[in-house]
Design a protein around this ligand. Structure first.
Ligand code: PRP
Ligand code: URA
Length: 230
């Protein structure tokens, strides 16, 4: 969290806000996530290193964002005897990365939830207006019956997150979670104002947005750093 002096507080405990009508924002303070986030932020990090670390963080965030999935009992047979185990019940998962940078989380998350379906949401941010422009959308047809995890490392103005969630809701999704790495306070406020039903998981809430809509201190342009473009 950003403290009164604008510093990012280090915490290793998940932190939740509980506004009356808004879904919570969870800051994942796990030391591994925080350590890897610091490595990612560093300007000297190579493209290869950036991709690898984002993938690792994706795996760790998958662990956190699935923490409250419901379980049901199942009777199984071990080599020794029958027993009652537990298995995940309820709705199946869809991972919905926002292109391009959201793809950075995908492989890490799929390694923990390999049977999840994937919805690709192609959006880019117009550099002048900062509006999200749609260029691709492909999702499973049964979104209404699934829990949809929207993935994007960066929540800046929230224009991309809002547009992606609008598209997914228009196709029937109503149980959504938003997973990012860095959020600006402005982006969280906007996302919660427009989609108060969507809980957010992030590794950090930074200070503010600059005049170009970049998160400060942030990590720069996530897509460009991931793919070595620009
Ligand atoms: C980045 C990032 C988010 C968006 C966040 O994508 O990956 O999708 O900006 O900013 P916002 O909250 O203000 O909408 P970008 O548009 O640069 O596309 P890219 O991933 O293809 O580089
Ligand atoms: N998109 C990025 O990739 N980085 C930012 O800081 C803001 C939007």
């Amino acid at each position: 969290m950003v403290d009164a002096d604008g510093r990012i507080a280090a915490t290793n405990a998940p932190e939740r806000t509980h506004p009356a009508t808004k879904a919570p924002v969870t800051v994942v303070g796990h030391p591994l996530v925080q350590h890897k986030l610091t490595l990612l932020r560093q300007v000297e990090r190579s493209t290869k290193g950036f991709r690898q670390i984002l993938n690792e963080i994706g795996m760790l965030l998958a662990y956190e964002v699935t923490r409250d999935l419901p379980l049901e009992p199942i009777t199984i047979q071990t080599p020794i005897q029958a027993m009652e185990g537990r298995q995940i019940s309820g709705k199946k998962l869809v991972l919905a990365p926002i292109l391009r940078a959201g793809v950075g989380f995908l492989d890490g998350m799929l390694s923990l939830v390999p049977s999840a379906r994937v919805a690709h949401v192609g959006l880019y941010r117009d550099p002048e207006t900062l509006e999200a422009v749609e260029y691709y959308f492909k999702a499973p047809s049964d979104l209404a019956d699934r829990t949809v995890m929207v993935l994007d490392p960066m929540l800046a103005t929230a224009n991309s997150a809002v547009a992606a969630i609008n598209l997914l809701k228009a196709r029937g999704a109503h149980d959504l979670r938003f997973v990012c790495l860095l959020a600006a306070p402005e982006g969280i406020a906007r996302l919660q104002a427009i989609h108060p039903d969507v809980p957010v998981w992030t590794a950090a809430i930074d200070s503010h947005l600059n005049d170009h809509g970049y998160i400060v201190p942030g990590l720069g342009d996530a897509g460009d750093r991931m793919y070595g473009t620009r």
